[in-house]
Design a protein around this ligand. Sequence first.
Ligand SMILES: Cc1ncc(COP(=O)(O)O)c(C=O)c1O
Length: 365
Amino acid sequence: MSPVPSLRPDLVTLAGYHSPQVEVAVRLNTNESPFPPPESWREDIGAALERVEFNRYPDRQVTELRARLAESYGVDAGELFCANGSDEILQCLLLAYGGPGRRAVVFEPSYKLHSQIARVTGTEVVVVERAPDFTIDADVAAAVLKEAQPSIVFLCSPNNPTGRAEPDELVRRVVEAAPGLVIVDEAYGQFSPRSALHLRDDPGLDTTGLVVVRTFSKTWAMAAARLGYLIADPEVVAGCEAVVLPYHLSAPTQLEGILALKYRAEMEARVAVVAEERGRVAAALAALPVDTWPSDANFILFRPQGRGAKEVWQSLLDRGVLIRDCSGWDRLDGCLRVTIGTPKENDLFLRALEESLATGADRPG
Ligand SMILES: Cc1ncc(COP(=O)(O)O)c(C=O)c1O
């Protein structure tokens, strides 16, 4: 019997990025859409699946989905690459442009998978601290990029878990200063008033290295489908195609994306409801003894005042509400993150939080 070899030594210290998947009435922990996709989309999928030749490999070039997506953004299909969730897009970018001897810059706190996938691919991670209000100082960023000369810079806009979209001016400064790719992760892009996409039309800015990454998981309410994409220079698309596995995107996934695009108006209606609810939840949190940060996404970061985050998290769970405990993450001491749910779920969350904060008020944090 041959033994299992030891894990690659550089992976041993990497803890995965997981949120507990517990059975609970109100699940507001992973920034999913609280609303399902339209029922007629499901029916379309059912009919389309009957025509799939399951004995054949899927379209390796993902031709139709890329063409439809390209049309919806007014770009060329050659500027689009699709994969199994935006996480796989990020992995492809790191496989193609990171690796041993290369660096990726991240602005922390941010989406943990950026630095995690970087490390898994052997890319050196250079961490830049955000300001105490979680903004990025453009001068600090420019100085670090000059010094570190990274192949890749990650921006996350809106930033998970802090919530704010990066100002245009900041993205512009980073693109100007970066010697390589600037990956703007816009997983929550449709919730936000800003996108880096329009910078591509700016004749005064060289955006050859600008990569915008988006997903169907959040605003399209299709987290189960695992579908993400990037929009970038065709050379970047070719780079991703060089590292991705053959036939990586299944025929059902491709169809799910193609058919979803018929329901853009429904997607936008869902986004509008969530954005309105975000305002309502933010206003309610402002009246409670918690610190909060402004959000352009479908979640809000907050910190109970004078109360332990773990205790509040557990007390919410005891009341049937699961949110994300970020208090163990670097730079997020005492913080919790709640995903915006349906109006009813948000009411249940707010009521549970009010009770939790009131019942334990005299206990030490
Ligand atoms: C900022 C950010 N990027 C990417 C992802 C991954 O999304 P996907 O489901 O498309 O892999 C997430 C998921 O939570 C995220 O928060």
